[in-house]
Design a protein around this ligand. Structure first.
Ligand SMILES: [Fe+2]
Length: 483
């Protein structure tokens, strides 16, 4: 996940333990677009810090030569705006307090969860980016809190935006609550308005049966109150056997509560604050908005597709093509795309484009479209317009951008003699090349008013003969393999 800064942010990882250092360096490299430099001890780390500027230092405490605390002192002298996260296998309260006083922004005890470190790094680098290059080295605590809130919220928003479906959103909400706020148990519950019941769909920290049978009954009045008030609630209790601090925030769609997120902890380290409540609410609000948008998009998309499908059907009926033509083309094209390792998004786009590929034929007059004899050059020019007309029909719909491009180029040829743009070889969009081969095969193997259907093997020979003229070799070979 990228931070908000356009410039690549830099991280220095200082640890004498090679395996921990590699783990951190690999995780940072995989996770974000950071420049990651490593140093094997405090002395080497200091040398790098004097030569380069780093946005963040991740540093072990116990190291031979110069330890992490000494290096931290030097970092404060060199650049007080450099954020530092200290990692140690032997955390003590004294050490933590002393590190915080010296200016370490955070502390992690070994063995640590790499996801926790990634989350902290992301949040601190967002804060650093928000403070800018010329940041006051010692911002006021109010400003620091504000920046911390903004960067945490931005981390929450980005994480939820990157989810692909509702199941992932619910899972990610629980992960986020654990990372950002912390706690022992976190769960997402859907609320059945008619039966006034809660159904846990994600539970972390305890078994689903414990949550259902022990926690939901204990929390029921608190959960119902959250649903009734439609706002997040915080509860701190003393001497409760199951939990001592609980936060519950509603998931809302169009003002109606459809579920809740619950976070609970026990003991002194999990006494939640108003700030924690604010973060849980941010998670719940952002996830609700995302779910609502997704549902709206899906229903709009489905309606739109069914409209286009009816249009495509009516055009095919006019062209004396059977309705099955586009279904066959769609099935074969998606099969090839699957075998050729296209992504699920590409396969979906190809499925839609295959259904609508000849939608532009709507603009061809009957006397040309249905002419049994040979077409004049002028008539053929009108026919050749249909990919562009098809593209224009879809133009007002930005959500079909990819499909538009596939349709525009479904009559290009490998040798550049196709239309409308005369694109050559790999300049032709890959998904259009699949569609071209399948469309031609289906046209050859089905009866048309002016000629009889070819045998399957003859049509495949024709495809083979036209490799590097009309078709892509790899696609034809794949086609032959799967037929
Ligand atoms: Fe076509």
């Amino acid at each position: 996940m990228n931070t908000t800064s356009a410039k690549k942010q830099s991280i220095l990882v200082v640890d004498d333990d090679t395996s921990t250092r590699s783990l951190v360096v690999d995780a940072m490299g995989q996770f974000g677009n950071y420049r990651v430099i490593e140093a094997c001890d405090g002395v080497e780390g200091l040398e790098m810090l004097t030569k380069n500027t780093f946005d963040l230092v991740i540093c072990d405490v116990m190291m031979p030569g110069m330890n992490g605390m000494e290096l931290l002192d030097r970092i404060r002298e060199l650049d007080p705006t450099t954020h530092t996260i200290l990692i140690t296998a032997y955390p003590t309260i004294d050490l933590t307090v002393s590190a915080m006083k010296t200016g370490a922004v955070d502390f992690l005890a070994k063995p640590f969860n790499i996801d926790d470190l990634i989350c902290k790094v992301d949040v601190y680098l967002r804060a650093k980016a928000m403070m800018g290059e010329d940041a006051n080295p010692l911002p006021s605590s109010a400003l620091t809190n504000k920046i911390s809130d903004l960067s945490t919220r931005s981390y929450i928003y980005d994480t939820i935006e990157h989810t692909k479906n509702n199941d992932e959103i619910f899972q990610e909400m629980v992960n986020l609550a654990n990372k950002v706020i912390g706690g022992e148990v976190c769960a997402i519950l859907l609320h059945d308005k008619d039966y006034q019941e809660f159904d846990a769909i994600v539970v972390k920290g305890v078994s689903p049966s414990f949550f259902k049978n022990i926690m939901i009954p204990s929390l029921s009045s608190f959960l119902n109150e959250t649903v009734r008030r439609k706002e997040p609630l915080l509860l701190n209790l003393i001497d409760n056997a199951v939990f001592s601090s609980v936060i519950c925030a509603p998931l809302k769609m169009r003002g109606q509560v459809f579920g809740v997120i619950v976070l609970s902890g026990k003991g002194n380290e999990h006494v939640y604050s108003e700030r924690d409540l604010y973060y849980v609410q941010s998670i719940a609000n952002r996830a609700s908005l995302n779910i609502e948008n997704r549902l709206l998009y899906e229903s709009l998309y489905t309606n739109l597709l069914s409209t286009f499908q009816s249009l495509a059907k009516s055009i095919q009926a006019r062209d004396h093509y059977t309705e099955e033509h586009s279904v066959r083309v769609m099935n074969l094209a998606t099969k090839i795309a699957e075998v050729m390792d296209c992504t699920s998004g590409e396969i979906e786009s190809l499925r839609i484009a295959a259904t609508l590929h000849d939608v532009g034929k709507i603009a061809i007059p009957d006397n040309i479209l249905l002419k049994p004899g040979r077409l004049t050059d002028e008539e053929f020019d009108i026919i050749k317009n249909h990919p562009v007309v098809g593209e224009n029909i879809l133009k007002p719909l930005p959500i079909l951008d990819t499909e538009r491009l596939i349709i525009r180029h479904h009559h290009e040829r490998w040798d550049g003699k196709g239309y409308p743009d005369g694109l050559c070889a790999s300049d032709i969009p890959f998904l259009s090349r699949i569609l071209t081969a399948v469309d031609s095969y289906d046209a050859m193997t089905n009866n048309r008013p002016y000629r009889k259907a070819m045998e399957r093997d003859d049509a495949l020979d024709e495809l083979r003969r036209n490799i590097h003229r009309q078709f892509d070799e790899e696609i034809v070979n794949c086609f032959i393999r799967i037929l």
